[in-house]
Write a protein that binds this ligand. Sequence first.
Ligand SMILES: [Zn+2]
Length: 342
Amino acid sequence: MCKQGENCHLPDCFCSTFHHLLDPEEIPQIVYFAFDDGVKEQAEAHYNRLFSEDRKNPNGCPISMTLYVSGDQTEYPVLSELSKRGFEIAVHSMSHEVIKTGEKVRDEAIGQRDNIINFSNVTVNQIHGWRSPYLKTAGDDQIQALQDLNFTYDVSFVYTRKTMDDLNPWPFTLDYGWTLPCDLPPCPAKEHPGFWVVPVNAMRDYGDWAACRSFDSCANKPLTMNQTYNYFMDNFRSHYQGNRAPFGIHMHANWFSKEEHINAMDKAIHDLLEYDDVYIVSINQALEWMKRPTELRFIDRFKPWRCSPLEEGIITFRVVLIFVLVVVAVGIYVKVMSTLFG
Ligand SMILES: [Zn+2]
């Protein structure tokens, strides 16, 4: 059994849990967006609107997201542009066929990673994550194949809570296997030290009647802009006011072809950025925080969430300025004291 701090130590091992080591009020609420399938020009316009460069996290850096890219229909110049913007690029198979064996995972992951590297400006060191088509996996064989190929995380395994009031699990490492209920067998039962899984925590629909495995797959579909906005925000608040586990939106960009959908999402992102403790980051950035949990009061200095060297420069300048002011103040104090008493 996994016991944090006893047989499992950060940054390499994190036990599956519903309660993080830090108190919820010290935890930045992570929100991540994970878009699947071929990356096309039509989708770029939606991404540019929702994740425009002037939309910034409380640390002053642009918000981010992750694309799980499959080989079918991907326009690689578009992918290059999105990668340049700082979005994370991950792998979602070459053929988008159902995965049944480790061998299939290996072929699809290598093939699509090569496509991305060869036809866009993304380098192999920037690719960390995998998601299976249809969330169908090869269980332990899948993780073994991904680990052999130097992937560091998988976001294919589903967790379904029963009501909006229930908590969602945190991402964890498979040092002691997949310890949650298995929604879509097979799930990994063996130990895969240091390999992260980000549970696909199913959404609750806008009436809290049923689960939606991905954001855009509810049986009870939100129809109006208000229903869609409430669907998003109710799920968000259940994390924010709950255990602060990362709030993940797993979906496909073609859902935005409906005006009320994109408008609702646009408003939701706008409203999230009003919070000073909510961060919209890529999944890889979320996992960097998992490895080195950093309290909100220190979050400005958390490097994996920082952006430009200019901002790094401003922080360094502030630290140096404070140091100089302290030295000058001490100098004046010593001088005054020695004049009075010396
Ligand atoms: Zn897909």
